[in-house]
Write a protein that binds this ligand. Structure first.
Ligand code: B12
Length: 329
């Protein structure tokens, strides 16, 4: 069974991008060694990891309706889960064992439940699909950050793809993700997750506890009034359908110029960034200056250079071209 055969099957099932990485590399390079997201924790016999992604439809970036956007993102995630399910059983029919990786849920044992069981962005880097952006999303040459990912572990030994070593993200000299962020959550190659969560997870668990559960516990006489609120109904939808509990904010995704779909469909709509401020521009200028002087970012985990692209930015990529620089085999 060849890598090409497995990747062809993943595309047949609906993958827009697919790559393979050997589990030995993943076990040796956990994104955060203090809370290791490694295959051997989930499936010790695993030898290879098939990583695949589905692009987000252009329509969600031409709409300002948060629920419609969140609903679409939830549907993409359900589809990816289905694809991982079918790829796992197909590998089994070929005489191998396979395990699909848990999609959106975070692992209560890792970093106070803030990390996934495996980190799909880091898997995607290792499988040669892209590199990290300034806002800590995974950028692909084909669709920039406008993708969701999933993965399947298998005991099958497959030829791995080669990691991209160039930085696909232009960096602070672009900084459109930082300029557009409605909660000012983007820093230099990292994210203020609490701030991002305020826009990305409008009906996430902390909003439900803060806005609905706590007032009712504090004053039981308010239960009917709180339960009758349209907002509480929306939160109930989020719990029932998962939609609206994550993936609500499209801003850093729709303004990123990396990826072929940006110039074709988004550049005219998202050229102007209304959220930009002088303070943000000054912060970006300071970052760009520091990078020019070769200064590293305080607190940037040394592991992270591997995921940003160790040889630095080369040129703007809009498709998966053969000349994109990759790790030597
Ligand atoms: C928790 C989580 C969130 C949290 C925290 C995000 C985060 N960066 O961790 C919140 C709620 C904020 C969030 C928001 C969103 N998310 Co989310 N999320 C996840 C989840 C469930 C786990 C992430 C994880 O395991 N992190 C692991 C740790 C190690 O990563 P990390 O904290 O980023 O740390 C690394 C770097 O940031 C850096 N770093 C860490 N600390 C520091 C400090 C400094 C100073 C520096 C410089 C660097 C640095 O080094 C570390 C090693 O590389 C994954 C699903 C999964 N299982 O992967 C989806 C996932 C990352 N989310 C995804 C998406 C699409 C989003 C949103 C765009 C949704 C939306 N439209 O609103 C937003 C925006 C995210 C953004 N700009 O990054 C996609 C990403 C797709 C892509 N193209 O990258 C994923 C992979 C889901 C999927 N199945 O595809 N998400």
């Amino acid at each position: 069974m060849t890598s090409e055969r497995v990747k062809a099957k993943a595309r047949e099932l609906g993958a827009d991008v697919v790559g393979i990485v050997d589990c030995a590399t993943l076990n040796a390079n956990p994104p955060d060694p203090t809370a290791a997201q490694v295959p051997e924790r989930l499936f010790p016999e695993a030898r290879s990891c098939v990583v695949f992604g589905k692009r987000m439809p252009v329509g969600e970036f031409l709409s300002d309706h948060g629920w419609a956007i969140a609903y679409t993102n939830a549907a993409i995630c359900r589809r990816l889960e289905r694809m991982a399910y079918r790829l796992s059983f197909w590998l089994e029919e070929q005489g191998h064992t396979a395990l699909q990786v848990i999609m959106d849920e975070t692992d209560p044992e890792l970093k106070r439940g803030s990390y996934g069981y495996l980190s799909f962005r880091h898997l995607a880097v290792e499988a040669g699909l892209g590199t990290f952006g300034l806002e800590a999303n995974l950028l692909t040459p084909e669709y920039g950050p406008r993708m969701y990912f999933c993965a399947v572990l298998t005991d099958l030994e497959l030829e791995p793809d080669r990691r991209i070593v160039e930085q696909l993200c232009i960096g602070p000299s672009c900084g459109r993700c930082l300029e557009c962020c409605p909660t000012d959550a983007v820093h230099q190659w990292t994210l203020d997750k609490r701030r991002c969560g305020q826009a990305a997870m409008v009906n996430g668990v902390s909003a439900i506890l803060r806005e609905t559960v706590r007032p009712m516990l504090a004053d039981p006489s308010r239960v009917d009034e709180v339960m009758a609120r349209p907002r509480t109904r929306a939160q109930w939808h989020a719990v029932m359908g998962v939609a609206e509990s994550f993936g609500v904010c499209p801003r850093c995704l729709e303004v990123c110029p990396v990826g072929g779909d940006y110039q074709a469909h988004l550049a005219r709509e998202h050229r102007h960034i209304p959220e930009n401020t002088d303070a943000k521009r000054e912060r970006l200028a300071a970052m760009a200056g520091a990078e020019k002087r070769g200064e590293t970012v305080a607190g940037n985990p040394p592991t992270n250079r591997r995921f940003i692209g160790p040889i630095g930015y080369q040129r703007l990529r809009r498709s998966n071209r053969p000349e994109i620089r990759r790790a030597t085999p």
